[in-house]
Design a protein around this ligand. Sequence first.
Ligand code: GDP
Ligand code: MG
Length: 341
Amino acid sequence: LQGYVGFANLPNQVHRKSVKKGFHFTTMVVGESGLGKSTLVNTLFNTTLYPAKNDTVELSPEVPKTVEIQAITADIEENGVKLRLTVVDTPGFGDFVNNEERKHRGLNQIENPDMPCLDPVGNPYSITSRPASMPILNRRTVSTVTRWSITASTHASTLSSRRVTRKSMPLSILWFEVTILASYAHLKPLDIEFMRRLHTRVNLIPVIAKSDTLTEEEIRVFKERILADIAHHNIHIYQAPQYEYDDSETISENREIMAKIPFAIVGSDKEVEAEGGRRVRGRKYPWGVIEVDNEEHCDFHCLIDFPYHSPLSTHMEELKEYTNDVLYENYRTEKLMAMGI
Ligand code: GDP
Ligand code: MG
């Protein structure tokens, strides 16, 4: 199933109305700097858009450190169903305000450091450039892959007052159906703050980054701790939807995936040689190779590999509806109430 998007096989009643206009789906990856967000985006795109042809996976060059917000959009077509998938890659939040340094100098911590996308509607981005579309590798399913650059405002105080400059990027890109929050051993105050502000507006999927550097036991403990923190702060994270027509197999597979949240992720944009001379996407260590796409090695597959159950395939439509019907409505109501209406 590697590289197979699978959205053309959504249950009929769910996707029929979207077939004509096509799906438009936006995901954003956020978290501290250096956790592997850009690598994850690349890993997601390699897998989703550039299916492994036998052993030759097209790999992009090492990702540069993100200094501005970038988005990659791919137009995918599968059995006549169109999907525009956009993944927004952000610089580490808090990068613009160095709280550690402030602490060091005895200054007060800034409570509202820049967190790109905190307010997706009155949003902090101005879109400055639109690099040329890249030719695509698999013409059968993908028609274009476009990389966008967005510059974030660098001062917290200007976040809300700043006007949105929209040049060529559609507004819908500024709404995120899914936000993948990368953390490590535990949630930092900034992670919590981010979640507290956004959990009513986006579908949050927490992940543990660089899980190849952790032992199985550490992963187990960290997962428990992160879930406890999330529960403690009453944060609502992504829940797999359930339908009357779901069979028991679907239900139990959903349950299995949900039980793995926060997903322990390994990202890699390099191929390495694994056991038996296999070329795999992974990370090499003196004691062996951790394979990105091996479900015994990490939970990366939970994000995409199961075409019927993963958050980024089957549930896209539901996530989108939830975003539009519930999350956006919450936001609107809040705004209206704030305006005294
Ligand atoms: P970002 O700042 O969150 O976008 O992080 P990057 O994607 O730029 O990655 C920062 C560094 O971590 C790079 O040297 C990556 O090669 C490395 N890295 C990314 N993903 C992983 C991972 O899953 N495991 C390990 N061990 N290193 C990773
Ligand atoms: Mg980055």
